[in-house]
Design a protein around this ligand. Sequence first.
Ligand SMILES: C[S@@+](CC[C@H](N)C(=O)[O-])C[C@H]1O[C@@H](n2cnc3c(N)ncnc32)[C@H](O)[C@@H]1O
Length: 290
Amino acid sequence: MSALAVTTQSPFDVAHDFAYHRDDFQALSALIYADAGIVMPEGKAMLIYSRLTKYLRDRAVSTFAQYIDLLNRDPQERRRAISALTTNHTKFFRENHHFEHFARDVRPGLIRRALGGGRVRMWSAGCSSGEEVYSLAMTLLGEDQVMARRIAGSDIALLASDLADHVLETGRAAIYPSIGTAEMPARLKQNWAKVEGANIVISDAVRDLVRFRQLNLLGNWPLKGMFDVIFCRNVMIYFDEPTKEKLLDRLCAKLQPGGFLYIGHSERLVGPAVRRCDPVGPTIYRKHDA
Ligand SMILES: C[S@@+](CC[C@H](N)C(=O)[O-])C[C@H]1O[C@@H](n2cnc3c(N)ncnc32)[C@H](O)[C@@H]1O
């Protein structure tokens, strides 16, 4: 063998604390694809292993084969396992150009409507632990506290949904380490968050606008009404092409004519939604008027 030859050992060739074979990985990968649309190639085999061992320990099973058997019998355990396999990275004012666009081009019209007695609805789909929806709600309330009180008193609501229960709990608690708030504009932080020790607590005025809800984007959406703004960012990166197309088509169908869709920086509009929305900025789309 030459000195440069690299041997790559398969993760299934080594001994693990909990017996784990390629067909276990394949069964789990098929399960998360079926339940959540998330594609997990073999490169993620050890990620699956490390995220699930805690649950095997909790349920006192010693092999992945036994645990998969349990997942096929116990829907609650299955939901916990799927949640544990999601990737929930997020932060306040992530991809800030979206919030700048919203503040400049969308917010004024929505506020006019709301203060005139109209209804305004927004949705953070795949909200993770809530930083995205709170960034949006803070931007909506804005810098002027007097105006914010009028806005908060109007018919405005934000829905924040995710598949994973554990991140929704963090969102509902609305307490975050201060260290993760570096991107939060100073004035908005001053208005809408309170510093408590090493944390910030989101103000009630912002929290009252937001409702967190468990929802699988692949399943039924028992959602009444349409949305003026939908953020669905960094969720589709885990999906295959047909799942992306279908999801975008459904999101587009839930947008009001003239409504705005914001997607993640490495995502793009695909499928039938392309014919119903125009790009109006980087990864920002506006649905055609009726
Ligand atoms: C990387 S986070 C993105 C959070 C936020 N949108 C952002 O851009 O910062 C992706 C989120 O999508 C959620 N997710 C993945 N598949 C989902 C599905 N089928 N239905 C609902 N949420 C899903 C995950 O649980 C995770 O919290």
